[in-house]
Design a binder for this molecule. Structure first.
Ligand SMILES: Cc1cc2nc3c(=O)[nH]c(=O)nc-3n(C[C@H](O)[C@H](O)[C@H](O)COP(=O)(O)O)c2cc1C
Length: 166
């Protein structure tokens, strides 16, 4: 599903062209502005089997910067930040599609180009013994763990870029 390109924010921003697993692509602008995870809140979304958003709680809507109507029916990669390596999401999808629970740190892109870190848990929703969709609940992340993971994610991303260049 083709998402519209972002408009260039007024703050300094790095332009990237993201190509998604479904073959669609879009231009995004990422700024260095971090929005802190709101204290005492949980961010919840649900998707169908293809990762299309079917539910977003108020905290998810507020932190993402999108309107609920703009999120429902869109692929969850609407939040993908250019600093996130694809391998992190491959691991998420491999885990939940096997019926298991996934945990991980995710840097998400807001509608205005700023970002927020979350500690996410994603689980399959089982109905009548079959996976019917997926739910993710995000909590306030540990700053120490984020600082440890930034260089790891950068290394994975560089390796992915080298692979596509060769
Ligand atoms: C329940 C669930 C929650 C997800 N939450 C996020 C998220 O918060 N941010 C994100 O970038 N991708 C999230 N994803 C992964 C996306 O579906 C997608 O795999 C990822 O953004 C990478 O995009 P691509 O696989 O289309 O290239 C989630 C997937 C599921 C099933």
């Amino acid at each position: 599903m083709r998402l519209p390109d972002m408009t260039r924010p007024t703050a300094d921003a790095v332009e990237s062209r993201l190509t998604y697993t479904d073959g669609a692509s879009r231009t995004v602008f990422a700024t260095e502005v971090e929005v802190p995870f709101p204290e005492g809140r949980l961010i919840v979304s649900r998707t169908d089997l293809d990762g299309i958003i079917t539910h977003a709680n108020d905290a998810f809507v507020e932190l993402s910067g999108w309107l609920r109507d703009e999120l429902i029916g869109k692929p969850h990669h609407i939040l993908r930040h250019p600093d996130m390596p694809k391998v992190a999401f491959k691991d998420l999808w491999n885990t939940v599609s096997e019926g298991k629970k996934w945990h991980g740190y995710v840097k998400n892109l807001r509608k205005d180009g700023s970002y927020y870190w979350v500690y996410a848990t994603a689980v399959p929703n089982i109905r009548n013994g079959q996976i019917a969709g997926y739910t993710s609940v995000r909590r306030k992340p540990s700053r120490t763990r984020i600082d440890e993971l930034i260089p790891v994610y950068r290394q994975w991303l560089d390796q992915e870029k080298e692979k596509t260049a060769s």
